[in-house]
Design a protein around this ligand. Sequence first.
Ligand code: 5RP
Length: 261
Amino acid sequence: MDWGMKNRLSRVFKPNTGKTVMLAVDHGYFQGPTTRLENPRKTITPLVPYADSLMLTRGTLRNCVDAVAEVPIVLRVSGGPSILSELSNEEITTSVKEAVRLNAAGVGMSIFVGAPNEKQTLVNLGHLVNEAEEYGMPVLAITAVGKEMNRDARYLGLACRIAAEYGAHYVKTYYCDKDFEKVVDGCPVPVVIAGGKKISEKEALEMSYNAIQAGAKGVDMGRNIWQSDHPVAMIKAVRAVVHENATAKEALEIFEKESKK
Ligand code: 5RP
């Protein structure tokens, strides 16, 4: 792996723990002004000091994040359909050159295994890896987003492994209660989990804890942080799980204490 690639990865995966708390704020690229992300700047600004990276589109980056912010950027570079149409019909919408210009530490795109446009999104991933490697730019493959997929270890393991085989440098997927360690074991690159729909803070911290215990290298979490009534308290609690080996119970205590401030 070349120096640029390693350097960019180490900006996202903190070298002292090898793990990461990425803040996902890219939802508007197909969902529009999602609840609590209606005004991205308002949502993002208080969380920036606690995020190991922001995962977002170039539009939100340019308009809603100050260029002096020191937080590493993982740029979503795929898109196409909105929530009103077939989600899997994505193409690459932002070039790697643009990601370099924006000083990104990585690029991210979705693949849709088992969906109508599976092949198109996997070929997109192959092409993106080809282009990104010319620039030493790590590629995050985002798996298992979609409607009625059965998100069990078999399906998630299939999607993550395929992403790694195409050359993704790390993979984001959903957590599943049963056999998540098999998903991680079968994927030769780091796995981070998305949070999914908003659940209670207790449940989200338990999920994060279980994922880390099963070998995940962190989270790329959105709604379970910024849809919380206390988003800063929540990201601090998630950080404790990811970087400080806190149990879910200890992290919940952090959340409760911090949410009273
Ligand atoms: C959607 C995404 C989101 O970033 C991802 O779903 C993570 O956010 P959340 O924790 O809210 O699920 O990539 O395509």
